[in-house]
Design a binder for this molecule. Structure first.
Ligand SMILES: *Cc1c(COP(=O)(O)O)cnc(C)c1O
Length: 393
């Protein structure tokens, strides 16, 4: 189905998977806080939203509602919700890899993704090659036809906002017999739909923009169905692992993410508006040595970002004269709260080198220590700029 044949993004966000509750007519999906379900005779399961319900690890109507909604937003054949973004990533890696397989991996990936691949999957016998996914020649050189099973792409990356060309990397991956996974957390499905550009799977930390209110931890895997290369389908494999490993979100967490998604489009527009204003301010500030934002024409792969993203997002990083300056800014902001995570309605500031990316210090993934990362929230832009102005001194 092409874009034009579908209802618009917000219509899907508000209606997919969200029929009124059949029992009461409640217009909002209820929080089905339950572990088990009455059977109408042995094995005769009730249906309702999706397939039969027998036990809430295997299926829960609130979770189904989120999964149907998310699949509609990513234009996926199916989506599966998890207890965190890393649980979603773990499910993809465990579902698709066996010892001896090789993974091509961003050299500035989210720190937790790197830790999972390096500390859990490497001892298990999975090899990985960190590569600059902003450089197609480097990606071509890193894939090993026959043994590379997955190319893992994060775009934009955290915290350097590197842009990888999803369509071009999908071609390289497929030509080598590998699948392409895209971590779409930073863009959100509103700004970017990797499955339409050739990716096979999408993962999200729904803790970030999808939930959007800094009140829930969660993850999702969305799949464009196809051959898993091992005698089954990708959908069946992810669905099987979700139940077999059991890292599922509870009903209330599922409900919070589902509610967050209803306002994703309006929130993202405002995040982008504010980020553009902040970028304008920072680029002309004498104490800022470099602004990293995919919307800047001089930013590497700006043209790719312009092609594959609706707008350029709410994450902005910038470099200062040195680590002291970076730490000082992080210590002085008042509206930008010093904290990890991102994508909530309130603005956050952090020092990646000592906070989110401390675990990759000394590795290939180390980030510059003069770097400050902003998650630009939906406050009034003038107030955010005034806060940065006073923090920069
Ligand atoms: C936060 C994050 C994750 C991990 O998600 P959790 O919900 O914290 O487990 C993965 N990828 C990116 C890009 C993230 O920002």
């Amino acid at each position: 189905m092409t874009n034009d044949e579908l209802p618009g993004f917000s219509t899907r966000a508000l209606h997919a998977g969200q029929e009124a509750d059949p029992a009461t007519g409640a217009v909002v999906t209820p929080i089905y806080q339950v572990s088990t379900y009455k059977q109408d005779g042995v094995g005769a399961l009730r249906t309702g939203l999706g397939t039969g319900y027998e036990y809430s690890r295997s299926g829960n109507p609130t979770r189904t509602s989120l999964e149907v909604q998310f699949a509609a937003l990513e234009q996926a054949d199916g989506a599966w919700a998890f207890a965190s973004g890393l649980a979603a990533e773990d499910a993809v890696l465990r579902a698709l890899l066996v010892p001896g397989d090789h993974v091509v991996f961003p050299n500035d990936a989210y720190g937790g993704t790197y830790r999972l691949v390096k500390k859990v999957f490497e001892p298990w016998g999975v090899e990985h090659t960190p590569v600059d996914l902003g450089d197609l020649d480097a990606v071509r050189a890193a894939v090993r036809p026959g043994s590379t099973r997955l190319v893992w792409l994060e775009t934009p990356t955290n915290p350097l906002l590197t842009i990888g060309d999803i369509a071009a990397i999908a071609e390289i991956a497929h030509a080598a017999g590998a699948l392409l996974v895209v971590d779409n957390t930073f863009a959100s499905p509103y700004l970017q739909t990797p499955l339409l550009l050739g990716a096979d799977l999408v993962v999200h930390s729904t803790t970030k923009y999808a939930g959007g209110h800094s009140d829930v931890v969660g993850g999702v895997v969305a799949v464009r169905d196809g051959d898993d290369g091992r005698g089954g389908t990708l959908s069946a494999r992810i669905a099987f692992h979700q139940n077999a490993m059991g890292a599922v979100p509870g009903a209330f967490d599922s409900w919070l993410v589902q509610r967050g998604l209803k306002t994703l489009a309006v929130r993202m527009e405002r995040h982008c508006d504010n980020a553009e204003r902040v970028v304008d301010f920072l680029t002309s500030h004498p104490r800022v040595t470099q602004v990293l934002y995919p919307g800047l024409p001089e930013f590497r792969n700006h043209d790719v970002a312009a092609r594959q993203m609706r707008r350029f997002g709410g994450m902005v990083s910038f470099r200062t004269a040195g680590v002291e300056d970076a730490l000082a800014v992080c210590g002085r902001t008042e509206l930008f709260t010093l904290g990890e995570s991102l994508g909530g309605v309130e603005s956050l500031v952090e020092h990646p080198g000592r906070m989110t990316h401390a675990s990759v210090a000394g590795s290939l993934l180390e980030v510059p220590d003069d770097l400050v990362r902003l998650s630009v929230g939906i406050e009034d832009a003038d107030d955010l700029i005034a806060d940065l102005a006073q923090a920069l001194g």
